[in-house]
Design a protein around this ligand. Sequence first.
Ligand SMILES: Cc1ncc(COP(=O)(O)O)c(C=O)c1O
Length: 352
Amino acid sequence: MSRFFSEKYVSLTPYTPGEQPRDMQYVKLNTNESPFPPSPSVAAAVAAECRKLQLYSDPESTALREKAAQVYGVRPQQILVTNGSDEVLNFAFMAFGSEKAAFAFPDITYGFYPVFAEVNHVPYVQIPLQEDFTINPQDYMNIGKNIVIANPNAPTGLCLPLSDIEAIVKSNPDNVVIVDEAYVDFGGESAVKLVDQYDNLLVTQTFSKSRSMAGARLGFGIGNEKLIADLNTIKYSTNPYNVNRMTEFAGVAALEENDYYLSNAQTIIQNRQWTKAQLEQLGFTVFDSKANFIFASSDRIDGETLYRELKQRGVLVRHFTKERIAQYIRITIGTMEQLEILIKRIKEILEV
Ligand SMILES: Cc1ncc(COP(=O)(O)O)c(C=O)c1O
């Protein structure tokens, strides 16, 4: 740390992203990316926009918002597009959090939420998941705080039914409830259909997972027009051209080929079922994930050792040191070829 670093940030612990090794030697199952490339029209859209790089991108991302509005059944004014969904989440903490408006989220969830709170000096409470790692909706009823819930949750993959999400939104009319649906396309039920009914609901989604565009950095928020206007105030006060032109039109192309992505998501769901069954046969406890990853533990080997042994054998998975989940590893669902290697390596490690 330099001696110039603002005292506002000296105690900040930044988010630690998963490893991104530069060589492609690993079977990479650690950051919940898609194993499938984007559709061919995405590459063509990027190439076309590359030829116009001398011009700024459209600060309103009009083409993408119009296309997304069609696909998601909302109005373009109800959508904000951002540089990954991390950006819309950060904007939401900035826009809606304050000394008087704390945030609440589970103790085990996406590790960026406490960082967003801290960097924006927003107080927060972490509500423990139940013993079985599910969210108890009662813990969030009428709590007088803004709420962020990842649904499906990460890293557990567990989902709350939409009726529970709705009850939480309904019982906190004076606070914003953010539903982070980064993984919703792998078996969850989206809350987007509720945004016209509740002016305090913000749903966030991403192109990083089901749409195979993690490297393009594209996410979006859908909510009441006034919430979106607040988020735009933050955006235009920080980075008006937050989505570059290649990414915007890659997004349009991806939305035009929805069937390709839906079919890839179905493949991931099938591969997830196969992997879960294989791990259970090996004695693992595996949560019932509705995401493109599974969270698993074994009595025979601790999470960190398994992570290290797999890495030595060329397979990257994610391990978290947080005490409550230190026994687990999170495995991204890849292709069958990748998953067969994973299971083979685990068998070698366990000597079965
Ligand atoms: C629950 C959750 N929300 C949001 C994100 C952010 O994704 P991105 O910024 O790539 O859209 C992630 C990334 O892994 C995530 O796991």
